[in-house]
Design a binder for this molecule. Structure first.
Ligand code: NAD
Length: 500
């Protein structure tokens, strides 16, 4: 990291920041074809940060053509995997060398606490790029068990031009989750960052070029969803879209594909993840720490946020007391302050949405146990208190819909079967955690919960070796991270040969 996590050093680093604000297409930074720009805002102050090129269908078309030409040229797609690895490792090294700047960009645009950006987001971003770079030259294709008259090769080939459309909650990290495996497999990429958080993606584009990635292999088109995002989804020259974002927009990509060229669509969408605390939890302080972290880390703007605490009635009051005390110590404040645990909501409409859910919780009869108000209005930003509702039923709106804010619903239960039924009574299935001292219960409940990742006696998304993605409306057809992510950016080809 190129600055210390200390207020003066951070302010100096912010003052020295330079922003990349143009689109990156075919190895060159350029204005949007229309010449239009849009303002990116600091959600902690409500003040503008920069004007960004507003890409639309015309820019997407240029980027897709560049990506296609690069793919067909073989400059990357047919390069030896070991050579691709070297370039991607150089890229990861440059991202690491510039991690301080990237952390600041994500902090400023997304309102995320700087300590999290520095200690979690950027190290994970670098590790992800390295993991997939390293995996690329260690994968073997297969030979099918035919008789002696034939030879059948089962090969993995890059899909071609991959569109990546990503959200604002982990800006640099989401780029790495898509880019790492897509590039390692030999594809060309057209990436659209969320309109709220374009700066780290544009900075990474410059670093990729510096690392030696050929022109056209990685393009970034900043812009809005209905224009630039839709253009990627509908473009006949795009072979696949890897999307992370809301379930609502994920559905649109399935429609775009159906109405255009049947491009492959991989969706990583929202969640309403349960945290199930059975009657025999391990140390309750440890459970409380994990529950609070799961619910409030990244302001609850986290797809795997454990927003429903489903807790056995015999331990509920004790646990709620500990959680409330602990959550009260999570300082809400200026994301640039290294002591801040909870930054701002991403933008004003989102703050209003979160406050609307809090009002719905009260109206539906849930009991407010902590927080519940907008705060720090004088800063000009969009801050909300860490909020806990007790006496929630799973039928209430706050228990059914993804709030994407720091709001935890506490739902009591009496039997294990009831706990599993409540945990699964949701359209989502991204993540879950459970707490018990009994190994048999742990296995039984972990298998019964319908979610892509179930963590036992902790809150975790696993690590780079484990696939991440959702059941039900949390995802579609794929996984991020791990070797499975790598595979999803490839096509299977059979070459069947007659030998005699
Ligand atoms: P969003 O769906 O609003 O936007 C995601 C991306 O889609 C953005 O780049 C946006 O510009 C684009 N987009 C918006 N409308 C579009 C349209 N009509 N056509 C094409 N593209 C369009 O999501 P968000 O608010 O940026 O992110 C929050 C959501 O992301 C939450 O639901 C969260 O759970 C989810 N998420 C999921 C994961 C995961 O791994 N499953 C990870 C992070 C976030």
């Amino acid at each position: 990291m190129n600055f210390k996590l200390e207020s003066t050093a951070i302010q100096t680093a912010v003052a020295g920041l330079k922003f990349r604000t143009q689109a990156f297409i075919n190895g060159t930074f350029a204005d949007a074809v229309s010449g239009k720009t849009f303002v990116t805002e600091n959600p902690a102050t409500g003040r503008p940060i920069a004007r960004i090129a507003e890409g639309d269908a015309a820019d997407v078309d240029c980027a897709v053509k560049a990506a296609r030409a690069a793919f067909e040229s073989g400059s990357w797609s047919r390069r030896k995997p070991a050579e691709r690895k070297q370039t991607l490792l150089r890229f990861a090294e440059l991202v690491e060398a510039n991690a301080g700047e990237l952390a600041l960009l994500d902090c400023l645009e997304a309102g995320k606490p700087i300590a999290d950006c520095v200690n979690i987001d950027l190290p994970d971003t670098v590790a992800c790029l390295r993991w997939h770079a390293e995996a690329g030259d260690k994968l073997y294709d297969r030979v099918s068990p035919t008789g002696p008259e034939n030879l059948a090769l089962i090969l993995r080939e890059p899909v071609g031009v991959v569109g990546c459309v990503v959200p604002w909650n982990f800006p640099a990290q989401m780029v790495a989750w898509k880019l790492g495996p897509a590039l390692a497999a030999g594809n060309s990429v057209v990436l659209k960052p969320a309109e709220q958080t374009s700066l780290s993606a544009l900075c990474m584009a410059g670093l990729a070029a510096e690392a030696g990635l050929p022109a056209g292999v990685f393009n970034v088109v900043p812009g809005f969803g209905p224009t630039a995002g839709q253009a990627i989804g509908r473009h006949p020259g795009v072979d696949m879209v890897a999307f992370t974002g809301s379930t609502e927009v994920g559905r649109l990509f399935l429609r775009y594909a159906a109405e255009s060229n049947l491009k492959r669509i991989i969706l990583e969408c929202g969640g309403k993840s349960p945290q199930v605390v059975l009657a025999d939890p391990p140390d309750l302080d440890l459970v409380a720490q994990n529950v609070v972290n799961s619910a409030f880390w990244n302001m609850g703007e986290n797809c795997s946020c454990g927003s429903r605490l489903i807790v056995h009635q015999s331990v509920k009051d004790d646990l709620l007391d500990r959680i409330t005390k602990l959550a009260g110590t999570w300082t809400v404040g200026d994301p640039l302050d290294p002591a801040t645990r909870v930054g701002s909501m991403i933008e004003k409409p989102h703050l209003e949405k979160v406050l609307g859910y809090i009002a719905a919780g009260k109206a539906d009869g849930a009991k407010l146990a902590l927080g519940g108000r907008q705060i720090l209005e004088t800063a000009g930003g969009y801050f909300v208190e860490v909020t806990i509702f007790d006496e929630v039923t799973n039928a209430m709106k706050i228990a059914r819909e993804e709030i994407f804010g720091p709001v935890l619903s506490v739902i009591p239960f009496a039997t294990e079967a009831e706990a599993v039924a409540i945990a699964n009574d949701t359209n989502y299935g991204l993540a879950a955690s459970l707490y018990t001292r009994d190994l048999n219960t742990a296995h039984r409940v972990a298998r019964a919960i319908r979610a892509g990742t179930v963590s036992v006696n902790c809150y975790s998304e696993g690590d780079l070796t484990t696939p991440f993605g959702g059941f039900k409306e949390s995802g579609f057809a794929g996984r991020d991270k791990s070797i499975w992510a790598h595979e999803q950016y490839t096509e299977l080809k059979t070459i069947w040969m007659q030998l005699a």
